[in-house]
Design a protein around this ligand. Structure first.
Ligand code: SF4
Length: 434
C-alpha cells in the first residue's frame, strides 16, 4: 500500500519513490537534489499508478528538455496497426511521451494497448474522446459525460491529460470582442468553446475542477492545462485572450498543488521569435514555475510542409528560455495526418531543438556529446561520428550516396579538406592537393 497518492505528495513527505530515483539517475542528479523540485511543482513525474511498463521521465526547466509525439487515428486515416507502428518507432527514436489524439473508432482497446506496451509517458485529450466514446454529438453531451471520460482515462492508466480548464464563458465575449485573425485553433479548446456556446453552460472542466483534481489525485494523473487560446498565427500572439487564459491557468495550478496534483501548463502556438523568451518568463512568473509544455512555437505562418523547421526554431528558443517540454510538429502540420516519414522528421527536428536548448541552458553534461563529435570530426573518424549523430542512418546514407575519392575526406572538398590539410600541416607532413 503506497503511503502517498501522487509523486508530488511523496516528495512533500520526503519519500523517495522508485520513479523519482529513476528520473534523478537519468538527469545525473541525486534523489535529494531532485526531491524539492517535485515537491514544489517545478518538476513533474507523469506516472499513473496503472501504467505498469512506464519508464518514468521528469519534466522541468532545469532537466533535459523532453519531447512529445502526437499520434492516433482520425476518420480519414483509421488504421490502428499503422498508428501502433508509428508509436514504437517514435519511442525507438527517443520520444519521451506519446499523446493519443485518436478521434475515430473504438478508442479504448488502442489506448489500453498503448498503456500496456509503451514505456513512454502517455497523454490524452479526454474532450476528443468524449464524442467518440458516447457516439453522441457535442451538444448532446453533458458536463457529467466529460468528467466520466476523464475518470475512464485515469483508470486506464493515462499519465497526463490535457484539459482546457482555463476558458470560461467570459472567453466567449473576449473572442468576439477582440476579433483574432485565427480565433481558437486548439482542437480541444474549440470543442469546449462550441459546447459552451451551444448549451449556454459554463466550461465543465472549469466548473468541476475540484472533482477532476480528486480523480487525478487518486490515480496520479498529471494535468496538462490546455491553452485553448494559444495563438494560431503571429498576429494573435501575446494578445489579451492568450494572456487572460494564462492568468487563469496560474490560479488553477495553485489549486491543483493544494491537492498535491501535478501540473504542466501548455503554451503557444504561433509566435514571432522576439516574443518567445518574454512569454516563457511570463508563464514562469504567473504559474509559479510549473513546467511549460509548448506546442511549437512556430515562428512564421508561411511554411506549410516545413513546419517541423519553423517549430524547431521556436522550440529551441522557448526551451532555452525555460520551456520544459516540446510537442513535436511534423512537415504535415496544417496539411494532413502525418505518415511515418513525417513522424520521423518531426521527432528529429524536436530532438535537435531540445538538445540545442539544453546546451544553452547548461543542462548537466548536455554538451559532452558535441565535444565528442568535434573530436571525431577532427580526426576524420566517421564511425565515431555516426555514434554521436542524432540521426546516424540519414548521415550514413548521404555519405554513402556521394562517396569521396579519398576515404579520409568527404566529397564536399575532397583533397581540399580543411581538416586533412590542418592535420597534415600540424604534423609537419607534405600536403598533396592535385
Ligand atoms: S572534405 Fe570538407 S566538408 Fe568534408 S570533412 Fe573535409 S573539410 Fe569537412
Amino acid at each position: 500500500m503506497r503511503e502517498y497518492a501522487t509523486q508530488m505528495e511523496a516528495a512533500r513527505k520526503g519519500i523517495i519513490t522508485e520513479e523519482l530515483r529513476n528520473v534523478a539517475k537519468k538527469e545525473l542528479m541525486t534523489p535529494q537534489e531532485l526531491l524539492p523540485f517535485v515537491a514544489s511543482g517545478k518538476v513533474v513525474i507523469c506516472a499513473n499508478k496503472n501504467h505498469k511498463c512506464l519508464d518514468p521521465q521528469g519534466v522541468g526547466s532545469m532537466l533535459k528538455t523532453k519531447i512529445n509525439v502526437n499520434l492516433g487515428v482520425s476518420r480519414d486515416c483509421k488504421d490502428y496497426d499503422t498508428e501502433m507502428k508509428k508509436v514504437m518507432e517514435a519511442v525507438h527514436m527517443g520520444a519521451h511521451a506519446i499523446m493519443d489524439l485518436s478521434s475515430h473508432g473504438d478508442t479504448i482497446p488502442f489506448r489500453c494497448k498503448l498503456i500496456a506496451e509503451c514505456p513512454a509517458m502517455i497523454g490524452t485529450v479526454p474532450v476528443y474522446d468524449s464524442i467518440i466514446h458516447y457516439q453522441r454529438d457535442l451538444s448532446d453531451l453533458s458536463a457529467r459525460d466529460f468528467i466520466d471520460v476523464v475518470r475512464l482515462h485515469a483508470e486506464n492508466g493515462v499519465d497526463f491529460v490535457t484539459l482546457h480548464c482555463g476558458i470560461t464563458r467570459k472567453t466567449i465575449e473576449q473572442i468576439k470582442l477582440h476579433k483574432r485573425k485565427m480565433n481558437i485553433v486548439s482542437r480541444g479548446g474549440s470543442l469546449v468553446f462550441a459546447w459552451m456556446c451551444m448549451t449556454g453552460e459554463e466550461n465543465p472542466f472549469y466548473e468541476y475542477y475540484d472533482e477532476i483534481l480528486d480523480i487525478c489525485r487518486e490515480y496520479d494523473v498529471t494535468i496538462s492545462l490546455g491553452d485553448a487560446c494559444r495563438p494560431g498565427c503571429l498576429a494573435d500572439a501575446s494578445d489579451v485572450c492568450q494572456i487572460e487564459e494564462l492568468v487563469r491557468l496560474g490560479e488553477l495550478t495553485k489549486r491543483a498543488w493544494e491537492k498535491d496534483v501535478q501540473v504542466m501548463v501548455e503554451g503557444p502556438g504561433h509566435m514571432p521569435m522576439d516574443q518567445i523568451a518574454a512569454n516563457m518568463k511570463l508563464q514562469q512568473t504567473i504559474c509559479n514555475g510549473a513546467p511549460f509544455y509548448v506546442l511549437g512555437p512556430l515562428v512564421t505562418d508561411i511554411a506549410p510542409g516545413y513546419d517541423h523547421i519553423t517549430s524547431a526554431i521556436g522550440g529551441a528558443i522557448a526551451a532555452s528560455a525555460g520551456a520544459a517540454f516540446l510537442c513535436y510538429v511534423t512537415p504535415a502540420e496544417h496539411l494532413a495526418l502525418p505518415n511515418l516519414d513525417d513522424v520521423k522528421q518531426g521527432i528529429i527536428a524536436s530532438k535537435i531543438a531540445a538538445h540545442a536548448a539544453d546546451i544553452a541552458k547548461g543542462v548537466r553534461d548536455a554538451r559532452k556529446i558535441d565535444d565528442k563529435m568535434a573530436d571525431a570530426r577532427r580526426v576524420l573518424d566517421w564511425e565515431a561520428q555516426w555514434e554521436c549523430a542524432i540521426d546516424p542512418e540519414t548521415a550514413k546514407a548521404i555519405r554513402a550516396d556521394r562517396k569521396p575519392e579519398h576515404e579520409d575526406t568527404c566529397s564536399m572538398c575532397g583533397k581540399f579538406c580543411a581538416v586533412r590539410s590542418m592535420n597534415k600541416a600540424l604534423a609537419g607532413e607534405h600536403i598533396d592537393i592535385l
